[in-house]
Write a protein that binds this ligand. Structure first.
Ligand code: C5P
Length: 243
């Protein structure tokens, strides 16, 4: 199946998100609904997007005590989305509770949404980790440790940067999903992201799925930017390419 970049629908309202989707004239898309859009529109936006044949990553990054996360995941499962996530920093018991909640909330007619764990945000650098979060270990070691915890807790994969994807597949499991934001075309601005890469480099690193927001949604021509992302994914990367 052709790789579909996940488009981050980071819009302040449903009407703006739907106007953006109209540009694609009904093409099947994989979209990400984050906090901004979900908190504004609530679960109704998920139903609307499903009617438009979108696959949906509901990116709410749950991080709370295990019982709360379990109950929240039970409710999210009922929305019938394809992918949800938690912060691995919530620990193993919280991640196991998330899986239990998703399983209990999935009806017999549905399949359980995949669940992945955020390792370190792609806006976090090793310097921020050390000085602000007081994690005094190399970034890749932390990402691998969080990934291993997610794997042992029964999750399906992680959110990480492109730069850690290969190590995760080598050290944890080749089939563990790596979903990577921080994707930019070679001449794009990096904005607030710190660990960025191009789609070609992502593919070369064995990434399972790329997530792209502003490089498509804020592009002068979003359709052209979307196709450029796919073309970049499909081409051979330059050696050691990076943004
Ligand atoms: O606009 P940009 O491509 O930077 O958007 C990236 C998207 O991925 C945003 O919606 C952001 O919330 C999300 N994300 C991220 N880093 C993570 C997890 C999610 O940037 N670790």
């Amino acid at each position: 199946m052709k790789h579909l970049p996940i488009i981050a629908l980071d819009f302040p309202s449903g009407s703006e998100a739907l106007a953006f989707l109209d540009l694609f004239a009904g093409k099947p898309l994989f979209v990400k609904v984050g906090m901004e859009l979900f908190y504004q529109e609530g679960p109704a936006i998920i139903e609307t997007l499903k009617q438009k044949n979108c696959r949906i990553f509901l990116d709410l990054k749950l991080h709370d005590i295990p019982t709360t996360v379990q109950k929240a995941m039970n409710r999210l499962a009922a929305l019938g989305v394809d992918l949800v996530n938690v912060h691995a920093a919530g620990g193993k018991r919280m991640m196991q509770a998330a899986v239990e909640g998703l399983e209990s909330g999935t009806s017999a007619k549905q399949s359980r949404p995949n669940i992945i764990a955020v390792t370190q945000l792609t806006s976090t650098s090793e310097d921020i980790m050390k000085k602000e979060i007081l994690i005094d270990r190399p970034l890749e070691e932390t990402v691998l440790h969080y990934g291993q915890m997610a794997y042992e807790s029964g999750l399906d994969g992680v959110v990480c940067s492109v730069h850690e994807s290969k190590a995760i597949h080598e050290h944890i499991s080749p089939s563990f999903l790596t979903v990577t934001p921080g994707i930019r075309l070679p001449n794009d601005q990096t904005d607030d992201q710190k660990r960025v890469a191009t789609p070609a480099f992502a593919k070369e690193q064995g990434v399972s799925q790329i997530v792209v927001g502003r490089s498509i949604t804020k592009a002068a021509n979003p359709i052209a930017a979307y196709h450029q992302m796919i073309k970049e994914w499909e081409r051979q990367p330059y050696e050691n390419e990076n943004c």
